[in-house]
Design a protein around this ligand. Structure first.
Ligand code: ADP
Ligand code: MG
Length: 250
């Protein structure tokens, strides 16, 4: 059996290390994400959280260690190959096309096919439209399909960008601080959205808002100076004296 393929886990990270001029931003990190899990990564600024996502999505190359996604070693793949394999990544700031409508933003994110001659084919057929409407409903924007993205609130733009990833049907979705700048009501709806998303896929979220973390986390991984400080249920990590000392106590 392929040692990278383990049906119990969507993602296996083992001994992951990246060194920037001798500084280990991520240092011998191992963790395992199950299907339908929402894993939240927390930790102080500079702990290496964003770098972990950069390593998984291929933006940063690992110095050593292994990242296995459904039997494939992501450390050997390019960013576009990793997206194609089924890993979606959302960065901190929303990047939607302001001049396009909500519908068009979702439409351009729909995975395109190629014709037999290799030309890019794009059809606005019933299937695509149905999928766009389904995603718009999930992200609370079904009444806004014909509005330009520019008029959306910050939170709605974040949801739209999540929708633009969902329409590509990733098996693993990674979100870096998705509720930063959101209102309390928007945070609550985002928690609802994430709980819907994990019915069909796994999610890794970096987050600081511990109330939000409690609403979404299957398990929590606490990073500190590039290493894992603690891991387990929200209750477990909250009660861990090491976590209180370096993070929650502040
Ligand atoms: P977090 O997201 O937990 O706040 P980061 O992953 O952004 O932390 O950063 C972890 C550490 O790695 C920081 O000290 C940061 O300055 C450093 N770092 C991140 N990316 C690079 C890079 N490309 N080159 C050099 N240092 C980096
Ligand atoms: Mg960060």
């Amino acid at each position: 059996m392929n040692a990278l393929a383990n049906p119990n886990f969507v993602l296996m990270v083992e001994g992951l290390t990246v060194s920037f001029d001798g500084f280990k931003a991520v240092n011998d990190l191992s963790f395992y994400v199950e299907p339908n899990e929402c894993r939240v990564i927390i930790g102080p600024n500079g702990a290496g959280k964003t770098t972990v996502l950069d390593l998984i999505c291929g933006r940063t190359r690992a110095t050593s260690g292994k990242i296995a996604f459904k039997g494939q070693d992501l450390t050997q793949m390019r960013e576009d190959q990793i997206v194609h394999a089924g890993v979606g990544r959302k960065f901190q700031n929303p990047s939607v096309y302001e001049d396009l409508t909500v519908f068009e933003n979702l439409e351009i994110s729909y995975p395109r096919g190629y014709s037999v001659l290799g030309a890019l084919v794009f059809r606005r057929d019933a299937e695509v439209t149905a999928r766009i409407r389904e995603i718009a409903g999930m992200i609370f924007l079904d009444d806004m399909l014909d509005e330009r993205a520019a008029i959306l609130s910050h939170g709605q733009k974040q949801w739209l960008e999540i929708g633009m990833l969902l329409i590509q049907d990733p098996e693993l979705l990674m979100l870096d601080e998705p509720v930063a700048g959101m209102s309390v009501a928007e945070r609550r709806k985002t928690a609802e959205l994430l709980n819907r998303i994990i019915a069909d896929r796994s999610v890794i979220v970096i987050e600081h808002d511990m109330g939000f973390v409690a609403d979404i986390a299957t398990r929590v991984t606490v990073l500190h100076q590039g290493k894992m400080l603690s891991e387990g249920s929200m209750a477990h990590v909250q009660a861990d004296p090491k976590v209180v000392e370096v993070y929650l106590g502040h």
